[in-house]
Ligand binder design. Structure first.
Ligand code: ZN
Length: 162
């Protein structure tokens, strides 16, 4: 049995869309030696010739291998990014919560404009030209203070030059 001897009325293997598998079909029309219309020997359904899936699959799995790997790594990167964004958002929320608590505590404390030469200590309320209102949460060594702003905790210089 040779595949080269295909002819109308003869048999060939084709994919049947109704049976959803590779089956023997009877060729009803051919163009240039290739079956174009076939009848399924199993369900008797007439349809366009489709190459057997077993042959098609071999080519496709090789092609999907590379794209599949790429797809996985893209998804993983996306998940990592989402996780770090969620962590950053959580941290920001926590800062806001602390900042809100501080502003409640220091409701009637005077706000002093921040200046590198200023003398600031714990619990002082400062107003920074760029970062806004902040609270001194800790006095650090070397004339530095840790200040809680709405969006971040920053280390600022104080008593500079004194
Ligand atoms: Zn069929």
């Amino acid at each position: 049995m040779s595949g080269r001897n295909l002819s109308v009325g003869g048999n060939c293997d084709a994919y049947c869309t109704r049976c959803k598998m590779d089956l023997a079909h009877t060729i009803v029309a051919m163009v240039e030696g290739t079956p174009v219309q076939v009848i399924c020997n199993t369900c008797n359904g007439a349809h366009k010739y489709r190459a057997p899936k077993s042959a098609e699959k071999a080519g496709r799995s090789a092609a999907s291998k590379s794209t599949g790997t790429r797809g996985t790594s893209t998804r993983a990167t996306g998940a990592r990014k989402a996780a770090s964004e969620a962590a950053a958002e959580k941290e920001l929320k926590e800062l806001r919560r602390r900042w809100d608590a501080e502003i409640g505590k220091h409701a009637d404390a005077p706000t002093r404009p921040y200046d590198v030469r200023g003398d600031f200590g714990k619990d002082d309320v400062i107003e920074h030209s760029k970062f806004g209102v902040g609270f001194v949460v800790e006095e650090l060594q070397d004339k530095r203070i840790k200040v809680l702003f709405q969006d971040a905790e920053r280390t600022l210089i104080c008593r500079h030059g004194s």
